[in-house]
Design a protein around this ligand. Structure first.
Ligand code: GTP
Length: 596
């Protein structure tokens, strides 16, 4: 295809502003999906995505569009909307010349609208502002057109108004794409360079790599090379998704399509890497490549210890399709054999856990998630701590924790509530701007550990659901952190150790001790529960010993009743874990570790 007739764009929006629905309408209007084949959120292929109604993996679709008697080839690249996957968003944007900035006409600009817009501006994309859902009775297109125009510096009349649901305005939007988004430019005769913006594992075809060709061309059966690693592969198939895969002879400048090489592991075809031709390799990698960096770690343990090999296999399978997932074996005295798993964020963790439970039928205990700490021990050695158990004993010179720049957008009446919450989470106010008379953008620098767990829920509940949040990692800073251990009868229970700010340590200790007091049944002897920082006890509870024998409940002689009770007790034993001499029911671990 002549690059002049190509338009590459993505749709950027805050979550739930209707990206997938609009994409569906475009597929229909351009005729690539027939009405009878249409199903909602056509492009969200994975079951889990459909269940949760979110787009995790970007997809690229080629669509024809007639404009002034000429046929254009559109490549629409769908981007994930959640902050956990922001690196993928950035790669998708790098594959485009333009972006549709989609805003819900009943909601207005939200935090991810801004975050995505800033990213699009960094990539110097042409931006087409679009108000969506104008069919809603609550839509206020005039008001939000003004807000949007003010934000990007255009006239309110330039803001398109569409409904992804009814299809109104979508034709005009497709025309605007031809008019306003520049055609791709590249050097057709230069050595091939294509940027990988997505890579998915398909059971039948192996890894499917989505690329945007920048220079030169890639052909069928060509030998290709991954520039970050130098690894070569033979191209078994090259093609475009329309949206079903269609093999072609090759891809040239500006085109977006897929490659299949038969490799089985997405880590050999990494998002952000540059593909070149092995026989005539390009000199320089396309800029901006990064390895995905896990931000949150948690231990995953099978409830039934014999499931450990199944868990390993399941994680290995998920990793084929998730280059950001990493894990290594971990042994806990309390929970047995499991894995320490690194995630991009909490959503990534939840999705992974849900897939392990649903697709691999595993019952899991996960330990409280934590971020990565840099700990300088007394001898000057700097340790990277991803697990409280790695926290060095003895004197510590410095602990550094990851921090983020957080952006929160709320109606002005909630400024106080938001500031109070952020201060209580060790946030430092960085700035505040009014988007309009009623809505404000508030910026805080905050420790990642304070934001990844229940912050968003708290924010939502304090603002009646009106606040939106976005954040991005901004390095590290020193903090006064300590490790709190929980001891049962003097024995440390590693699964309950946590690294927290000194100010929160006492509250954590008290909370865990009182939770465990209720969760652990009484034993033949008294069991002290203690929370400690090093050797200093900061909280204590006691589980009193049982006096009565279990059978004393059935007064007198009902033998069958007694037998039943004994059997029940035996059943229960199987589900117990021993911590020193204390029997702790499995459920106690699950309940104590679940957030509340
Ligand atoms: P993510 O993929 O999670 O980022 O969401 P999304 O932006 O793709 O939003 P999606 O298309 O899933 O739409 C979110 C909700 O808004 C769904 O319940 C849609 O049915 C609804 N919706 C989308 N577009 C319209 C519209 O034009 N009008 C109305 N009334 N509802 C819409």
């Amino acid at each position: 295809t002549d690059p002049a007739a190509i338009r590459n764009f993505c749709i950027i929006a805050h979550i739930d502003h209707g990206k997938s629905t609009l994409a569906d309408r475009m597929l229909q209007l351009t005729g690539v999906v027939q009405p009878r084949d249409m199903k909602a959120q056509y492009l969200d292929r994975m079951d889990i995505e459909r269940e949760r109604g979110i787009t995790i993996k970007s997809q690229a679709v080629r669509m024809p569009w007639e404009y002034a008697g000429e046929t254009f080839a559109f490549h629409m690249i769908d981007t994930p909307g959640h902050v956990d996957f922001s690196y993928e968003v950035s790669r998708s944007l790098a594959a485009c010349e333009g972006a549709l900035l989609l805003v819900d006409a009943a909601q207005g600009i939200e935090a991810q609208t801004l975050a995505n817009l800033y990213l699009a501006m960094e990539h110097e994309l042409a931006i087409i502002p679009v108000l969506n859902k104008i069919d809603l009775p609550a839509a206020m297109p005039e008001k939000y057109a003004e807000e949007l125009a003010h934000l990007i510096g255009c006239e309110p009349e330039d803001v398109l108004r569409v409904s992804g649901k009814t299809g109104e305005g979508v034709d005009a939007l497709l025309d605007r794409i031809v008019e306003e988004i520049p055609a791709p430019v590249g050097q057709p005769d230069a050595p091939a360079r294509a940027m990988i913006f997505d890579s998915v594992y398909d059971t039948y075809r192996g890894v499917v790599t989505f690329v945007r060709v920048v220079d030169g061309q890639l052909g069928h059966r060509e030998k290709i090379q991954m520039m970050s690693t130098g690894v070569t592969h033979e191209l078994l198939e090259i093609g475009v998704s329309s949206p079903e895969p269609e093999a072609t002879k090759g891809l040239s400048v500006g085109e977006v399509g897929y490659l299949i090489t038969g490799v089985k592991d997405v880590r050999q075809s990494k998002v952000g890497d540059t593909v070149t031709s092995a026989n005539k390799p390009a000199e320089a990698i396309i800029g901006g490549y990064e390895d995905p960096k896990p931000m949150v770690f948690s231990g995953l343990f099978p409830i039934d210890g014999s499931d450990f090999p199944v868990l390993r296999e399941a994680l290995e399978k998920l990793q084929l399709n998730d280059a950001a997932l990493n894990f290594e074996p971990e042994t806990s005295t309390a929970l047995g054999f499991g894995f320490r798993v690194g995630f991009l964020g909490l959503l990534h963790l939840e999705i992974t856990r849900e897939r392990l439970e649903q697709e691999y039928n595993l019952d899991l205990i996960s330990t409280a998630p934590n971020v990565v700490y840099q700990v300088t021990a007394e001898d000057g050695e700097v340790l990277t701590v991803t697990n409280p158990s790695e926290f060095p004993e003895g004197k510590i010179l410095e602990i550094r924790e990851p921090v983020v720049d957080a952006t929160i957008i709320v109606p002005a009446e909630y400024i106080g509530a938001v500031m109070e919450l952020c201060q209580s989470r060790r946030g430092q106010l960085e700035g505040m701007d009014y988007l309009s008379e009623e809505r404000v953008e508030i910026r805080y620098k905050m420790p990642l550990a304070e934001i990844v767990f229940d912050f968003f829920d708290q924010l939502k509940s304090r603002t009646k659901g009106y606040a939106s949040l976005n954040w991005q990692a901004e390095g590290e800073q020193a903090a006064d952190l300590v490790k709190v251990d929980i001891l049962l009868q003097g024995d440390k229970v590693d699964a309950f150790s946590a690294i927290t700010h000194r100010d929160h340590a006492y509250a954590y200790g008290v909370k865990m001790a009182s939770k465990l007091k209720d969760l652990i049944p009484r034993q033949q002897f008294e069991v002290p529960i203690q929370a400690a920082i090093g050797s200093r006890i900061i909280a204590r509870e006691n589980i009193r010993a049982i006096r009565k024998d279990v059978l004393s409940k059935c007064y007198g002689g009902d033998i069958s009743r007694k037998r039943k009770l004994l059997e029940k007790q035996k059943e229960g034993k199987k589900r117990m874990k021993m911590v020193g001499t204390v029997e702790v029911p499995q459920e106690a671990f699950i309940a104590a570790l679940s957030s509340d």
